[in-house]
Unconditional design. Sequence first.
Length: 130
Amino acid sequence: MGSRLDDEPTKDVNPVVSEILRRAKTGELCCLSCAAGCGATDYAARICPLCGKPVELRPVSGRGRIHSYSVFHAPFNSKLPAPYTVLLVELEEGPRLAVVFDGEGGPPQKVGDAVVFSGADDGIVRFSMA
Ligand SMILES: [Zn+2]
C-alpha cells in the first residue's frame, strides 16, 4: 500500500518549466509556441489557445520591455539577498515572463524600458537593461 512517503522525492512536478530553466541556463531563452504555427503563447498554456493543437518550446530573441516591476525588501529566496527587483517582462514575441533584474545599483528601471536576457542559474532567470 502506497503513502505519500513512497512518492518519488525528485519527481519533476512541472517538466515544461524545468526544461525552460534547463535551456535558459545554457543561454537559450524559450517560450511556448503553437506547433501548428499560430505563434507564441503564454507560458502557462499547455495547448494553443487559438487552435487547440499542442505547444512546443521555441527559442526567442531574449529582448523585451518592462511591463511592471516590484522591489522585494524581504528575502524570499536564499539565493536572492534583499533588496532585489522582479520584473514582469513582455518579450518581443508577446508572452510575459517574471524575471530577476540583473543590474541593482545602476540607474532606476522604468516601465517601458528595453531589457535583455542576461542569463539563468539556480532556477532564476535574469534580465538586464538593453
Ligand atoms: Zn495554434
